[in-house]
Ligand binder design. Structure first.
Ligand SMILES: NC(=O)c1ccc[n+]([C@@H]2O[C@H](COP(=O)([O-])OP(=O)(O)OC[C@H]3O[C@@H](n4cnc5c(N)ncnc54)[C@H](OP(=O)(O)O)[C@@H]3O)[C@@H](O)[C@H]2O)c1
Length: 183
């Protein structure tokens, strides 16, 4: 079970308040439930370094995972490295940019070079950052091919992909706070 966001959903991108006290309380409740054996694993999502530090400095146990937006063109590299250095597993949500990455020419060209689909390239990219990857699909064929990512992106190509300009427009999903929108 994870805390979805350090801020209330309708305050994301609207408030400077990081709700440190509230997060400590929510985290204490998750910790108690974990200790009581009611939930097996506990973590957080959309936590920035300052939110993580609040828990590391003031809570009894650290989060097992931090689930964050991470896809080619939008990679929170410093946060990933920081959490990993603290022993927190990083999980990537929307690894295919909610589908938008499939239209990106750098990604589609690079996928062609490796003989894989753009979705496979996106998923493999996050795996090579040391992350657990959470792609979503309603299509069984996509589900099967999304699991077939036993290839290696070279260091040089990882670097090229690291510098893909940030996707600004997530289309119809753009209003969701996680994609920069405001409810
Ligand atoms: N913690 C958070 O705040 C947060 C926020 C957002 C999302 N998430 C989680 O992250 C997971 C994934 O999120 P997501 O849906 O935003 O993103 P995603 O996995 O980046 O993208 C899903 C889209 O990609 C398409 N797709 C997937 N595989 C494909 C393939 N092989 N070929 C072509 N199209 C493909 C899907 O269409 P088809 O169905 O047609 O394949 C769907 O339109 C979900 O479980 C979600 O709950 C968490």
């Amino acid at each position: 079970m994870i805390i979805h966001s350090p801020q209330p959903w309708d305050k994301v991108n609207q408030s400077e308040d990081r709700y440190f006290e509230g997060n400590l309380e929510a985290w204490r409740a998750l910790t108690d439930a974990n200790k009581a054996g009611k939930i097996r694993a506990i973590g957080v999502s959309n936590f920035l370094q300052e939110d993580i530090d609040n828990l590391l400095q003031n809570a009894e146990v650290k989060p097992m995972v931090n689930q964050v937006l991470c896809h080619i063109s939008n990679i929170p590299l410093e946060l990933i490295r920081y959490c990993q250095s603290q022993g927190i597993v990083m999980e990537a949500y929307s690894p295919i940019a909610h589908g938008v990455a499939l239209k990106n020419l750098v990604i589609t060209d690079m996928a062609e070079k490796y003989g894989v689909t753009p979705a496979q390239l996106c998923i493999r990219y996050d795996i090579q950052l040391g992350m657990i990857v959470l792609p979503k699909t309603a299509n069984p064929e996509h589900m099967k091919s999304n699991a077939e990512v036993d290839f290696t992106i070279s260091d040089a190509d990882m670097d090229i992909l690291k510098n893909v300009p940030k996707i600004q427009d997530y289309g119809a999903a753009g209003f969701f706070p996680v994609y920069g929108g405001k409810l």
